[in-house]
Design a protein around this ligand. Structure first.
Ligand code: ADP
Ligand code: MG
Length: 233
């Protein structure tokens, strides 16, 4: 690693098993990775190899069976419930394949939501949510509900929402998986732009090798371990 680089995410021998009745599924079997601040990382691998499990654990939505995740040097398995809530709220922004927007809220209100939960006053929330919708080029849709938006537009609202609390890391689980090529490209350009201009670390799971190649490095996962790491640029 070149000097001056700062590791923001480190996984040390991360394991995760699920017990289903008599059967144990070893979803992660000893994942090791180090990701630097501002890097864009793609995670590729066949369906069922553990990509979503890995992302959820890095984002503290799930616990590993053993091993460690260090976010900016702190071991999240040692964090209290209150600290974990803070991490989920402030350090991590999640983007899902199927957007996970709240259907009863408008685009603007969806973007406001994480700030509402973080206790930010209404006027500040609306101001920031407006700026974010402008950034994703959807201000004209601010009063639309998710079912009045296209898939690509929904995902751009979801990106604006993920950025609301200025997270250190953006985690995107197949963010273009449900989109046509053109909308997928728009979502990808937006993620790349945020990664560049805000120096936000981006970890993106994708099936699409054209998308994966936009990253600095590709982690190839196979059967719950990192099979290889490919340097792209
Ligand atoms: P990917 O995202 O790469 O398709 P996942 O991380 O979703 O893979 O799943 C990895 C493995 O763990 C799969 O075999 C899957 O069936 C299993 N798995 C995932 N979540 C659960 C769960 N909540 N309970 C039991 N098994 C699970
Ligand atoms: Mg998955």
């Amino acid at each position: 690693m070149a000097s001056g680089q700062e590791i923001v995410v480190e996984c040390k021998n991360l394991r995760k098993s699920y017990i289903l009745g008599e059967v144990r599924v070893d979803a992660l079997r000893g994942i090791n990775m180090q990701i630097n601040r501002g890097e864009m990382i793609s995670i590729m691998g066949p369906s069922g190899c553990g990509k979503t499990t890995l992302l959820n654990i890095v984002g503290s939505l799930d616990n590993p069976s053993s091993g460690q995740v260090l976010l900016e040097g702190s071991d999240i398995s040692r964090a209290s419930e209150q600290q974990l809530t803070e991490i989920r709220r402030k350090s991590v922004g999640f983007i899902f394949q199927f957007y996970n927007l709240l259907p009863v809220l408008t685009a603007l209100e969806n973007v406001e939501l994480p700030m509402l939960i973080a206790g930010i006053p209404k006027d500040k929330r609306v101001k920031r949510a407006t700026e974010l919708l402008e950034k994703v080029d959807l201000l004209r849709r601010k009063d639309h509900k998710p079912d009045e938006l296209s898939g690509g537009e929904r995902q751009r609202v979801a990106i604006a929402r993920a950025l609301a609390n200025k997270p250190t890391i953006l985690l995107a689980d197949e963010p273009t998986g449900d989109l046509d090529t053109e909308s997928g490209q728009a979502v990808l350009s937006l993620l790349k732009e945020v990664n560049k201009t805000e120096n936000q670390t981006l970890i993106l799971v994708t099936h699409d090798s054209n998308i994966a190649r936009e990253a600095n490095r590709i982690f190839h996962i196979k059967d719950g371990i990192v099979a290889s790491v490919e340097n792209v640029s």
